[in-house]
Design a protein around this ligand. Structure first.
Ligand SMILES: Cc1cc2nc3c(=O)[nH]c(=O)nc-3n(C[C@H](O)[C@H](O)[C@H](O)COP(=O)(O)O)c2cc1C
Length: 406
């Protein structure tokens, strides 16, 4: 359906964040692990082109997923790693390419914890587990004490390299999300037990990061509204965390949901009518005045417009729609284009849809995506083959990590 020409509309109004950054519109590219790092934690020219294309496409904020604090607990061997051992010039180049056209390019600060990629790490979470699909050691008190400064260091280096902000990843079942969840956090110290204790590490990370970057640099938090797991982190506890975030210096709460634990539902594998988690966003409005972004399930311009116009949220986060159509914000603004068409996969294995989108991200980076969708099975096979190759590079460069935060 073609759009009628009309006034600029709610999606294209600017927004000022508490830190003072003025965003040109209300559309953000949600964090996606692009898996295009070079295997030594450094950016590639493919990534530079990818983020340049997304910036040219009209988003106000672009978030690079899963940038690791250390090589020890990566989510994927294509992750970036930014710390004192990194070649900052290469990150500077990425910041320059992806931060054009008035886009603020942010790094999502990641630590996969119990979900760390097995071939390059010995996963470690808040508590020890030895279950099929979930084997991890327990992180020590000493390691917990070091974590806030690791986040702070990576954030400060991001700022030095010219990135526009950072997002602390506390969603989707990775380390800080594991701490929030009563299913995965069975600790009996100050970091486990009631929700006040389970959110302690997140709050310490925010404070340390703010101290490192100063008051004018955006810090966002990605928070699950629910893990969608029986006995897991639920919407009531998520509201407690949103209320606590209100007392911090955070500039934006990016609401999402679902986890990548084996057997669980992830937002990026999910199909069906969106947006997801909008009711939670409305409730979060009552407990915080921090700007809210919502990520998950937006597929049409009218869904995005309605969510912002209703006052429920301030920013629409898009992941898969921007993989189908990297210039979607421009097209929505020009009001000349039909909505993107999404592929439908009948019998996808767990993680298969996310793998398919990841491989299409690589096509965008190579300027080679087509309107014909590639096959799911081929994408999954290519994804695995690439990870196998990057794993070799990663281990040759970093070694395989057994312990610690290094
Ligand atoms: C290929 C791919 C990679 C993703 N990687 C990340 C990531 O690194 N960090 C994160 O917080 N979410 C990640 N996500 C989840 C998205 O940010 C988003 O929450 C989810 O896809 C739902 O939004 P959508 O319906 O707009 O795709 C990823 C999603 C996809 C499709």
């Amino acid at each position: 359906m073609a759009f009628q020409s009309q006034a600029r509309g709610p999606l294209f109004e600017p927004l000022s964040l508490p830190c003072g950054l003025k965003l040109k519109n209300r559309i953000a590219k949600s964090a996606m692990s692009d898996s295009l790092g070079d295997g030594t934690g450094h950016p590639t020219t493919a990534q530079m082109r990818l983020y340049e294309r997304w910036a040219d496409g009209g988003i106000a904020v672009s978030i690079i997923g899963e940038v690791q604090l250390t090589s020890g607990y990566a989510e994927n061997p294509g992750n970036l790693v930014l710390n004192d051992a990194s070649d900052l010039d290469r990150f500077h180049q990425l910041a320059r390419h992806g931060g054009g056209n008035g886009t603020s390019l942010w790094l999502q600060l990641g630590h996969a914890g119990a979900l760390a990629y097995g071939p390059t790490s010995i996963p470690k979470g808040p508590s020890h587990f030895d279950l099929p699909g979930l084997r991890c050691l327990e992180i020590t008190s000493g390691e917990i004490r070091q974590l806030p400064s690791l986040y702070a260091t990576t954030a400060q280096l991001a700022q030095q390299a010219g990135f526009g902000g950072v997002q602390i990843h506390a969603a989707h079942g990775f380390l800080l999300g594991q701490f929030l969840s009563p299913l995965f956090n069975r600790r009996v110290d100050n970091y486990g037990g009631d929700i006040e204790n389970r959110m302690r590490l997140l709050l310490e990370v925010i404070d340390a990061t703010r101290d490192a970057v100063g008051s004018n640099f955006p810090i966002a938090v990605k928070l699950n509204s629910t893990d969608e797991l029986e006995g897991g982190f639920d919407d009531e506890e998520a509201l407690d965390v949103a209320a606590a975030l209100d007392r911090t210096s955070v500039d934006l709460i990016d609401i999402s949901g679902g986890t990548y634990f084996p057997g669980a539902k992830s937002a990026s594998d999910r199909s069906g009518r969106g947006p997801y988690f909008l009711d939670f966003a409305r409730r979060a409005r009552d407990v915080t005045t921090i700007p809210l972004m919502l990520t998950g399930g937006f597929k049409t311009r009218s869904q995005a417009e309605d969510a912002v116009a209703s006052g429920a949220i301030d920013i629409v986060g898009l992941a898969r729609p921007l993989v189908i159509e990297p210039a979607l914000p421009n097209l929505w603004q020009e009001k000349v284009k039909s909505e993107p068409v999404f592929p439908r996969f009948a019998d996808s294995p767990e993680g298969g849809v996310t793998a398919w989108y990841t491989m299409r991200v690589a096509d965008i980076a190579a300027d080679s995506e087509t309107i014909e969708f590639g096959e799911l099975e081929k994408a999954i096979a290519d994804y695995k083959d690439r990870d196998t190759a990057r794993t070799k590079t990663w281990i040759a460069h970093f070694g395989k990590h057994a312990t610690g935060n290094s």
